[in-house]
Design a protein around this ligand. Structure first.
Ligand SMILES: CC(C)(COP(=O)(O)OP(=O)(O)OC[C@H]1O[C@@H](n2cnc3c(N)ncnc32)[C@H](O)[C@@H]1OP(=O)(O)O)[C@@H](O)C(=O)NCCC(=O)NCCSC(=O)c1cc(O)c2ccccc2c1O
Length: 177
């Protein structure tokens, strides 16, 4: 299981003072990018970056990963300054597609930083994690053809093998675990 963290910023909150539902999508995207970098891969393939930097003179295949589906279910609120844990797994590795699963949690400690007393070292609640949201993103491995046309292609074997390390059967449903 890969874990990264994001803090809820002031701009992420709505008039009710809670994190807006939409902010979970960019957080999932960034968490996925963190996972990809942790595997030693680039979020944007070298060939794609070269083409953008050098005006299209790179002959290699331009591989990119557009998203075809995104879901999120919300179990409890997150507020300004809450530090969220984001667990990322690979739920499904298809021929061209990869579905990532995300679980957002916060600890009771983040709640105490809003004014309550900090939990002591023997306080069991310090380790307790509260489920905030669960979600999925599905990306498809594509070649970027001239004029920006996307054409699905098989996930390269080297990438598949790295992503397979994070395959998990864990379900990411709306039901609190
Ligand atoms: C991407 C497409 C060109 C694919 O079209 P095609 O017709 O070839 O697709 P298929 O129907 O055959 O499906 C291929 C593959 O995907 C699975 N799949 C399709 N739809 C879904 C779905 N709704 N839910 C789950 N899975 C789905 C299907 O089962 C197949 O799986 P296999 O494994 O069996 O092959 C075409 O769909 C297209 O052009 N879509 C629009 C894409 C788009 O504009 N997306 C939004 C912007 S992309 C983006 O935001 C983005 C974000 C990033 O963070 C990136 C990071 C790095 C690189 C790129 C990024 C990026 O583009």
């Amino acid at each position: 299981m890969f874990r990264t963290q994001r803090r809820i910023e002031f701009r992420d909150t709505d008039a009710a003072g809670i994190a807006h539902f939409s902010v979970f999508f960019p957080m999932m995207e960034v968490a996925e990018h963190d996972l990809i970098r942790s595997l030693g891969l680039s979020v944007l393939s070298e060939a794609t970056r070269d083409r953008e930097n050098r005006g299209g003179d790179n002959p290699g295949p331009q591989v990119t990963w557009p998203r075809v589906a995104a879901t999120c279910d919300y179990q409890s609120v997150a507020r300004f300054e809450d530090l969220l844990n984001i667990d990322v797994t690979v739920l499904k590795l298809g021929s061209s597609s990869v579905q990532y699963g995300f679980r957002f949690t916060r600890s009771d400690e983040s709640a105490s930083s809003r004014g309550g007393s900090r939990p002591g070292p023997l306080d069991a609640s310090a380790d307790r994690e509260i489920s905030v949201a669960t979600g999925t993103l599905t990306a498809v491995c594509c070649e970027l053809l001239p004029q920006g046309v996307l054409q699905k292609t098989s996930i390269p074997e080297s990438v598949r093998n790295l992503l397979a390390k994070h395959l998990s059967k864990q379900t990411f449903s709306a039901d609190p675990a």
